[in-house]
Design a protein around this ligand. Structure first.
Ligand code: CTP
Length: 396
């Protein structure tokens, strides 16, 4: 079993000292830590502390790297995960816009590895529309965030902006590090889950009853078999399973963009109940009751994420799996969906009578191009375990 490796970018903020404790926790868990200290970061922690705790050389200057030995591309290649602590407003802005004027930002632009950011900044910087935009962009690009927490801050203010605790960042890192054991070790599995929420106006939305339970169970089951998992979830009230990297989205368009950002993947499992339609134009202000009568909301069709993933050409995951939620003619409709969407398997469930969405049990048909299996009613966890095993059979 090889050692997991983190590339740790330490940004310039008061909270930078907590990156030292994170380094200690990671080293104690036998995770290799290779530090990059930004020029601003070096104003808050010394290269010597970081080198001593990480037991590695601290890199900071893009032009001081020996490109024949460990250049900036090689730096990101040598890591399983890139972690930014603290992710300052400046680092987030650079990463969101693809700026590359120092080693940290160049590495973030040059990498195809998963990125975890732990933001820390003044409460008003965090709330500023520019930072909100950058956060949304980075999320859509597949960056995963831990924190910030709410609380008293060094600048004598109170609110969100405080760095998550080193323990919380450690847990998030461990959850995202690929397991180096199990039949799916080294494989990347993409899972969509939950409903989507399509805004009608700033307070109303079009959504559905999906709880996300089946999708989250599948993400957990493939992670248990060692896969690196990107779970792209609509709004749900579920904790992130251990070992799973989660990207939260609201709309179908955001879910589609997050899926594209997460590629390449070895398998994609689309469990999300994506809203088939969205309001053509969301109203910018809250719709009011008035003399004009009820408003007319015109719907337009959302992109089909599953069909899109199944048709990505050379970037198509080897295995693309869909679900079929039907209220009638289960088998016929599900088979039609298999060929229409171009996926490899369809797992069909009868959602009529409201007994599946939100429930802990499910009864499914497992349909491939070759045949059909009728699985007895069982828990969503058990169904997820069986699907994960089938995936492992194909990918190993
Ligand atoms: N799906 C998707 N994007 C959409 C709609 C559906 O990725 N815009 C995926 C779902 O995640 C699921 C599968 O397609 O894996 C089938 O979803 P379902 O709602 O059952 O089918 P629809 O595409 O809505 O087809 P129909 O209207 O015929 O039921």
């Amino acid at each position: 079993m090889s050692q997991a490796r983190v590339l740790l970018i330490v940004g310039g903020g008061i909270a930078a000292y907590k990156a030292l404790e994170l380094t200690r926790l990671l080293r104690a868990a036998d995770v290799a830590v290779r530090p990059i200290l930004t020029a601003a970061g070096a104003q808050f922690v010394t290269p010597l502390s970081l080198a001593a705790l990480s037991q590695d050389e601290v890199r900071g200057d893009l032009f001081a790297l020996d490109e024949s030995k460990m250049g900036h591309i090689e730096l990101s290649r040598s890591a399983d995960l890139i972690v930014v602590v603290p992710a300052t407003a400046d680092l987030m802005a650079k990463a969101a816009h693809g700026l590359a004027d120092d080693l940290a930002s160049t590495t973030l632009l040059a990498t195809d590895k998963a990125v975890l950011m732990a933001p820390a900044m003044n409460v008003r910087m965090w709330g500023h529309p520019a930072t909100r935009r950058n956060l949304a962009t980075l999320r859509a690009d597949g960056v995963v965030f831990v924190g910030p927490d709410e609380g008293a801050m060094a600048c004598d203010e109170f609110g969100p902006g405080r760095l998550a605790s080193p323990e919380a960042i450690f847990d998030a890192v461990m959850a995202m590090l690929p397991s180096h054991a199990g039949p799916l070790a080294g494989r990347h599995v993409l899972v969509t889950a939950g409903p989507t929420a399509e805004p009608i106006d700033p307070v109303r939305m079009l959504t559905n009853r999906s709880s996300g339970k089946q999708g989250f169970a599948i993400a957990a089951a493939v992670a248990d078999l060692g896969a690196r998992v990107t779970l792209i979830s609509g709004p749900v009230a579920l904790p992130t399973p251990r070992g799973v990297g989660r990207v939260d989205v609201e709309t179908a368009i955001q879910m589609q963009a997050a899926c594209a950002a997460a590629l390449p993947a070895d398998a994609a499992v689309c469990v999300a109940a994506v809203s088939d339609w969205r309001p053509g134009a969301a109203f910018k202000v809250k719709l009011k009751k008035g003399h004009a009568g009820p408003p007319v909301v015109t719907l337009v069709e959302n992109p089909d994420i599953l069909a899109g993933l199944a048709a990505t050409g050379p970037r198509r995951p080897k295995l693309v799996v869909g679900f079929a939620a039907e209220t009638n003619d289960l088998e016929t409709n599900a088979r039609a969906k298999l060929s229409r969407k171009g996926c490899d398997w369809i797992i069909a469930n009868d959602v009529g009578g409201g007994a599946v969405m939100g429930a802990n049990e499910n009864e499914v048909l497992f349909i491939t191009r070759e045949g059909l299996e009728r699985w007895a009613k069982s828990s969503k966890t058990e169904i997820a375990r069986r699907i994960a095993q089938k995936i492992a059979q194909v990918l190993t």
